[in-house]
Design a protein around this ligand. Structure first.
Ligand code: BGC
Length: 348
């Protein structure tokens, strides 16, 4: 799925290809946009989760510090709205489009629309499938899944004979959800085969919603009882929903719950002992890298990508950033040391 490719100088090609396109198709000024007049479009799935508010804040801050302007739209987890948002950004004359897709397949249309107008497209955090996407900037999702599962194996199974777990996957619309699952499967499979880990219940959370995760854990309890050891939740939002049910059942702290995003509320739950771990994704690095790259592309400067990811149509030049496991042991050295959250906020 993912391959290491030679360093790719993307925008040399792009500025030639797009230049021809743009001079034919767009009303905005000459291409490249030039240092003064760059306008970046950011189309987001949602701003309803804490992490995406951080992404937006850092992205906008960096674009502006580079002397460019940015327009941001959020689609409230609705594909029709996200396509409309993209159309609006294109007609406002953006020079480059950055997209966090709600639905990685549906947003292939956004790539087609942007390209028709001569605008390059960067997928941010989540892949856009089956399209001629120009660049993909993200965290290593497979590794996120491996780390979550490794926590279960090392800290929950440990020397036990066997354990029972519930698995909560993310949104089926989001390619990342499949990557996280694939990374988890990679670690869990031998233990599942040998019977040391029994998955008593598993399901996909609709649109990554906490309420959906809550229902999944309710169903697990209704069908299989309260005797299980861990919930492998794919992110902090779904972990939060799962923990709600555990609270109602008096099981918090008895069942280990994983997460991802190092949201403040999740870090607080780690301190309280209701969540076992999360994954810290340095969002500032991602947002800054994407902002710098977007502005470079718009200015026709070379952009380097060290990886390649197959999106079903092309090998998309990709940048994959690293992630860190966070537990009660290393909150201080990770999220707090990085200024992601303050000590006061985390420990209240
Ligand atoms: C992101 C996660 C996030 C999830 C829900 C995924 O695509 O990679 O960080 O928790 O979406 O928004």
């Amino acid at each position: 799925m993912r391959s290491r490719i030679a360093l790719v100088v993307i925008s040399c090609f792009l500025s030639i290809a797009m230049g021809i396109f743009i001079s034919r198709g767009r009303q905005a000024g000459p291409v490249p946009a030039g240092d003064d007049e760059v306008l970046v479009g950011l189309s987001m799935d949602t701003l309803k989760e804490a992490r995406w508010q951080k992404d937006k804040k850092f992205f906008v801050e960096k674009v502006r510090s580079l002397g460019a302007e940015v327009l941001v739209q959020a689609a409230n987890s609705d594909d029709t709205i996200q396509v409309k948002n993209v159309e609006a950004l294109i007609s406002r004359g953006v020079d480059v489009l950055v997209v966090v897709p709600h639905n990685g397949k549906a947003m292939a249309k956004a790539v087609r629309l942007a390209h028709r107008a001569g605008i390059p497209v960067i997928a941010y955090d989540r892949l856009i499938m089956d399209s001629d996407l120009d660049l993909y900037i993200t965290f290593d999702g497979f590794k996120v899944g491996q780390m979550q599962a490794r926590y279960i194996v090392e800290e929950v199974l440990g020397d036990e004979q066997n354990i029972r777990i519930v698995r909560i996957y993310g949104s089926k619309m989001d390619h990342n959800a499949f990557l996280f699952k694939a990374g988890q499967d990679d670690v869990l499979e031998p233990y599942i085969k040998s019977g040391r880990i029994e998955v008593i219940h598993e399901d996909w959370a609709e649109d990554w919603k906490p309420e959906s995760a809550k229902k999944i854990v309710n169903a697990a309890i209704t069908n299989h009882g309260r005797d299980f050891d861990a919930i492998l939740a794919s992110n902090d939002g779904t972990a939060g929903g799962a923990i709600q049910t555990l609270k109602e059942e008096g099981l918090t702290g008895k069942v280990a719950v994983t997460g991802q995003d190092a949201e403040l509320i999740a870090c607080q739950r780690i301190v309280d002992g209701t969540q076992a771990m999360t994954i810290y994704k340095p969002i500032k690095d991602l947002a800054y890298k994407a902002a710098e790259t977007a502005v470079k592309m718009a200015r026709g400067r070379p952009v380097i990508a060290g990886d390649g990811v197959d999106n079903g149509k092309v090998e998309v030049p990709s940048v994959l950033l690293d992630v860190v496991v966070v537990t009660g042991e290393n909150l201080d050295e990770t999220v707090i040391a990085d200024g992601f959250h303050s000590r006061e906020e985390v420990y209240r």
